[in-house]
Design a protein around this ligand. Sequence first.
Ligand SMILES: [Zn+2]
Length: 218
Amino acid sequence: MTESDGPFGENTRPSGVERVAQVQLSTEYGVFRAVGYLDCIRGDEQVALVYGDIQGDRALTRVHSECLTGDAFGSRHCECGDQLSAALRAIVSEGRGVLIYLQGHEGRGIGLLAKLRAMQLQAEGLDTVEANLALGLPVDARDYRVAADMLHDLGVRSVRLLSNNPRKREALVRHGIKIAEQVPLLIPPREENLAYLQAKADRLDHHLPHLNGMAERS
Ligand SMILES: [Zn+2]
């Protein structure tokens, strides 16, 4: 699927997802509604965690890229796990919101094994961008069409997007999602991930103002 909405226009295009299951999911953060989707175009299985009534405007929204090492293992190489829990906490404290957890986004879309190989290269001194390129892989291969389809299906008209990544915001806009506001999701850096975060700020335009000067001081 291209970035273009083709002849359909952004509001009338056919949905690429099928809602397959809904179940109450009690978590340490609160009680969510897990809504399972089949991505009819790629065949992937995806899930949205919905809290409260998100229909209409300005739902607090996190579109989270899968990161097994960060999300499940608590890896300190990246800040994904901390961002996942911070986003779920923010949604619950807001009283309404949604987290879309995107499978297939490991290593900015290069896959788990390639991500592990890229991490190996980063341990040898390359930054996160150089590592992907050294493997002959794209710097960022993520596609957000399925997230936009899920938000449309859930009745979300506009979002307050929990993200530091301008490219994610632009991609969602291209897929017809209205961004009412971009809400920073800043995680205090750790010694182990400071260089990685600095590379995301310097090379991938992530807005991480809390890093200013930290690399020089460390
Ligand atoms: Zn990660």
